[in-house]
Design a protein around this ligand. Structure first.
Ligand SMILES: C[S@@+](CC[C@H](N)C(=O)[O-])C[C@H]1O[C@@H](n2cnc3c(N)ncnc32)[C@H](O)[C@@H]1O
Length: 224
């Protein structure tokens, strides 16, 4: 594999290589995906390599309180909660009752119920209820893309200086790079990417991700 032979297949092979060596999925994680599929949930969870990257960020940062917007069946939530210390907490928000049910079963099966609070409902509403709680050290945003600007602004009210916010799907298979695409999921993300790059409250970097699901990216934000 060299620069000269670089193409999409090479990038998928690289993702498998990274997974094989660094992002091992145990039986419990694989079972989350089996149960999610059987329940009819969409296959839109993180890849193991993306989830491991998040897990590493949480551990390196030493986060104790994590907020996740978009639980689905609890796949990324399990990687995140496993990165927490014994007294840590993950609060995860999900509006789809079916997904919330699968995620609850996931956290129970993983023995993580004491560390995970799942709040069912529209995150635009449920985030308001979190204002009374202690600030979060780490926020992972992975829900409805046209609402990312609202999720981001609300997350900014729920964090402290030094907190980390990660937004998934900020490249959208490269479609955010094409200014002629006006659909709201591309336009809103494109505008938010530009906004965060200039936001004086934070410093940030975009990290491209190449997985089995194609080209995308994380926006990694540190609150000043
Ligand atoms: C991409 S999936 C999350 C995947 C999950 N983070 C993982 O990797 O395992 C997005 C989830 O966000 C949920 N969602 C979308 N908009 C939401 C909102 N406004 N409030 C709460 N959940 C929302 C969807 O129902 C869906 O389950």
């Amino acid at each position: 594999m060299t620069d000269e032979t670089l193409n999409l297949d090479t990038l998928y092979i690289l993702d498998h290589y990274i997974q094989k060596h660094y992002a091992h999925e145990d039986a419990l994680l694989r079972n989350i995906l089996t149960r999610s599929e059987a329940a009819g949930l969409r296959n839109i969870h993180l890849s193991p390599t993306q989830a491991k990257m998040l897990q590493m960020l949480v551990k390196i940062h030493g986060s104790k309180r994590i907020l996740e917007v978009g639980s689905l069946g609890g796949y990324s939530g399990t990687w995140l909660a496993r990165a927490l210390p014994e007294n840590g907490q993950l609060v995860t928000l999900e509006m789809d009752p079916l997904a919330a049910q699968v995620a609850r079963e996931t956290f129970q099966e993983a023995g993580l119920e004491s560390r995970v609070q799942l709040i069912e409902g529209d995150a635009i509403q449920t985030m308001k209820g979190l204002l009374k709680q202690e600030p979060f050290d780490f926020v992972f945003i992975d829900a409805h893309k046209p609402h990312y600007p609202e999720f981001y602004e609300f997350a900014m009210r729920l964090v402290r200086p030094g907190s980390v916010i990660v937004l998934d799907n900020v490249v959208q298979h490269g479609k955010v790079l094409d200014n002629s695409l006006k659909e709201s999921q591309y336009r809103k993300i494109r505008e938010l990417n530009a906004f965060i790059g200039m936001d004086p409250r934070v410093e940030a970097i975009m990290v491209p991700t190449f997985t089995q699901k194609g080209l995308d990216g994380f926006l990694v934000v540190r609150v000043k």
